[in-house]
Design a protein around this ligand. Structure first.
Ligand code: FAD
Length: 480
């Protein structure tokens, strides 16, 4: 009888404990993907669906090279797993552990129900270096601060480099007959055109979804950018980071593979070591976010620090819309928001500045911004996105102190000194680029040049907005 290999956010064949275990069973393998919207903690955003569509196509193509294929179903996972197993006499299902708590709870119940029907659900960790919750402080509590968490992660051996077992080169054993399957297109994951008829996803083409794309991105990064990663990772104009985030989100590459290749590159060339150490720490931030998600399963809805629950957010739909559209009149914020809309990605430094602008300059609830990012980001991640938003808002664990208010003008001068990044997303930008560090001067300049470029006036005055944010944050205690 065959076994089922059930794919979820682990859309790859290499460095995948479930794939290896299924192949080692020596039985025919039924690779399966189920589009089950009931299970997801949150409905997937539009950009992520675009990615998923392509990633499933890539996975199917990779499986076909192994003499296999991806069976695609839509509906209730439990019903589909049970009926497919009945039909094909399956006794064992391999899948990856999910680390968002609602799904984990679902998996527990699913495992029990399937066990009652004589089926075993084998769940393996294929997506994180360490299972969230595995690490705790000396007092036995979960970590709330990154640095000690990272130390514990390193001490646990989770980042140690071990040889990665390779995928057998032989064709995969297949069943006597393949079950019926939908096509990827049947899942309707691609609302390709906006109401205006514009092909909204055109700009996404800088990414190549799928395992080969992930490996390619890693190779490119290690060869060209690891060396300068430590010093240039904050520069959106140089754009030298790995762009692995959507690949990691969909499990197209394992963090172990990333560490392994990075370490190998740094061993061969000592000039890469500082970059490698910094890059490893960034990967650990992803682990930390998942550990926070375990502590607060509704991280995208609930303030990690409950003293923020009665924060007096402003409901300003017009300013919120201006922010979403990249029309705040602050160039770095606007360039970032346009990058997000046009490419499904935004550089990390600009994410911080744009998010800070929404919650501090506009005093708009971080949850609204988080949701917009969730819809627009190809890498929209149930842990990284809300954890980062809460970090910026100050409501998170180990959050930025409230008085840290990014100045979008000086940030632009520091991290996009020649305006190359802003110029990429703001039409007619080059002649507007001034190097001014004063919002009034900037506004005066715009008065003169605005008409030619259609670029909006600043929607708030930086200095006033900053004072208002400081005041509101300071008074937060009064809400208690
Ligand atoms: P690299 O610099 O090459 O880093 C490598 C990997 O390390 C990333 O792919 C990512 O998995 C991890 N990483 C890097 N920085 C962080 C970080 N600050 N926190 C957690 N993990 C990190 N990241 C997401 O993956 N999904 C999100 O939805 C997301 N939303 C964010 C929202 C806000 C407001 C902010 C400030 C940050 C957010 N991040 C998110 C974190 C970070 O911006 C992205 O991971 C990074 O920009 C992805 O680009 P990269 O792969 O080139 O990063």
């Amino acid at each position: 009888a065959p076994v089922i290999l059930w794919f979820r956010f682990d859309l790859r064949l290499h460095d995948h404990a479930g794939v290896l275990a299924a192949l080692e069973s020596g039985r025919p393998v039924l690779p399966l993907y189920i589009w089950d919207e009931d299970v997801a903690t949150r409905p997937m955003g539009a950009a992520s669906k675009w990615w998923l569509h392509r990633s499933l196509e890539a996975l199917d193509a990779d499986l076909r090279k192994q003499g296999s294929r991806l069976i695609i179903e839509r509906g209730n996972s439990q019903i589909i797993l049970a009926s497919l197993s009945r039909e094909f006499g399956v006794k064992t299902i391999y899948c990856s552990k999910t680390f968002d708590p609602k799904n984990e709870q679902y998996d527990e119940e699913l495992a029990d129900e399937l066990a009652a029907a004589g089926l075993e659900l084998k769940r393996l960790n294929t997506t994180l270096l360490s299972s969230p919750g595995a690490l705790s402080t000396q007092g036995g509590t979960p970590f709330r601060v990154f640095t000690p968490f990272y130390k514990a992660l390193l001490a646990s051996g989770a980042c140690d480099i071990a040889p990665l077992p390779s995928l057998p080169e032989t064709l995969w054993p297949k069943p006597a007959e393949w079950p019926a399957s939908l096509t990827v297109a049947d899942l309707g994951l691609q609302p390709k055109f906006t109401p205006s008829g514009k092909d909204w996803s055109k700009g996404f083409s800088r990414f190549r979804p799928g395992e080969a794309g992930a490996r390619g991105a890693l190779r490119h990064f290690l060869k060209n950018h690891l060396q300068s990663y430590e010093i240039n990772r904050d520069r959106p104009d140089l754009d030298i980071t790995s762009h692995l985030s959507p690949h990691l989100r969909f499990g197209e590459i394992s963090p172990q593979r990333i560490l392994f290749e990075t370490e190998r590159a740094a061993d061969a060339d000592h000039r890469l070591q500082a970059g490698a150490a910094k890059f490893r720490a960034e990967l650990a931030w992803r682990e930390f976010s998942y550990s926070l998600l375990t502590q607060q399963p509704r991280l995208h809805e609930i303030n990690f620090r409950r003293d923020f629950d009665r924060f007096d957010w402003r409901q300003d739909d017009r300013q919120f819309r201006a922010w979403c559209r990249g029309e705040t009149g602050y160039e770095l914020v606007d360039a970032g928001m346009r990058e997000l809309w046009q490419t499904g990605y935004m550089h990390n430094r600009v994410r911080m500045v744009a998010a800070s602008f929404l919650v501090k300059h506009l005093l708009i609830d971080w949850r609204r911004g988080e949701q917009w990012f969730w819809d627009c980001l190809l890498d929209a991640d149930p842990a990284n996105n809300p954890a980062s938003w809460q970090w910026v808002a100050g409501s998170g664990a180990d959050a930025a102190p409230y008085f840290r208010i990014f100045n979008p003008i000086t940030q632009a001068e520091k991290f996009d000194p020649k305006g190359d990044y802003r110029g990429r997303y703001i039409q007619g930008y080059t002649h507007l680029c001034t190097g001014t560090n004063n919002s009034r001067k900037q506004a005066e300049l715009f008065d003169k040049q605005d008409k030619a470029s259609n670029y909006p006036q600043p929607i708030v005055d930086h200095a006033q907005a900053r004072d208002r944010a400081l005041e509101t944050y300071k008074n937060r205690a009064a809400y208690e």
